[in-house]
Design a protein around this ligand. Structure first.
Ligand code: DX5
Ligand code: ZN
Length: 215
């Protein structure tokens, strides 16, 4: 099966949100990545459930919501109500993973977990069977357009190996993906590629997606 592409809308032009969403759909993206930042877990602030709800009403793409929040358990319900399909929280947040996982499941949404570049996979081991998505950060979260940190590659390889033993999660990589990195990730067997700057700065988004999917 070909790789899925999840463009990160923060790299798009919010003054033309409707057009950007239409162009993302027409390019053949599989889902839309929504980077929610609280200014505490990461040194930047983006948007909350109000904007997710507006985006949900503007697009049919499944919403892949990435919560960069210090206390995600306080907000998962609101992001679910706003139309998120996958809700991803950070394992480094202050909330108890067990509780956040249960909340997301009880809301009928897919459960994602994200790992910062310096976080080892072993912290996920107690919950491994619970995840629908594991989102490996290729950059320290906070901003789009950063450079991919190559030392995360062994972690991705290890997760591909773990997944091949029969776990259900989809493996996604987020941050710093360009053409060359995307090629490498696809060869390694990553399921979903999140792309901000590479996708939204492209003049031909449709060709970019079909090029990635046909590798
Ligand atoms: C980083 C975000 C990423 C980022 C991706 O904090 O989680 O989703 O926006 O953008 P690029 O692909 O430009 O790094
Ligand atoms: Zn993200």
């Amino acid at each position: 099966m070909s790789v899925k592409i999840s463009p990160s809308i923060i790299a798009g032009d919010f003054a033309k949100l409707k057009e950007e969403l239409k162009s993302t759909e027409e390019a053949g993206a599989d889902m839309l990545h929504l980077d929610v930042m609280d200014g505490v877990f990461v040194p930047n602030i983006t948007f909350g459930p109000l904007v997710v709800d507006a985006i949900n009403r503007l697009t049919d793409l499944p919403l892949d919501t990435h919560l960069m929040l210090i206390e995600p358990h306080k907000y998962v319900e609101r992001f679910a109500e706003a139309g998120s399909d996958i809700i991803t929280f950070h394992i480094e947040s202050r909330s108890k993973a067990r509780i956040v996982i249960k909340m997301i499941k009880d809301l009928g949404k897919k459960v994602g977990v994200s790992l910062n570049p310096s976080t080892p996979i072993r912290v996920l081991y107690p919950y491994m069977e619970e995840f629908d998505l594991i989102l490996v950060m290729g950059v320290n979260p906070g901003f789009y357009g950063q450079k991919f940190i190559p030392s995360v590659i062994p972690k991705i390889e290890k997760l591909v190996e773990i997944k091949s033993k029969g776990l259900k999660f989809e493996l996604s990589v987020d941050g710093g993906v360009n053409e060359e990195i995307a090629k490498r990730l696809i060869e390694m067997g990553v399921d979903i590629i999140v792309t901000g700057k590479y996708f939204y700065s492209s003049k031909d988004r449709k060709s970019l997606v079909s090029h990635l999917k046909n590798q």
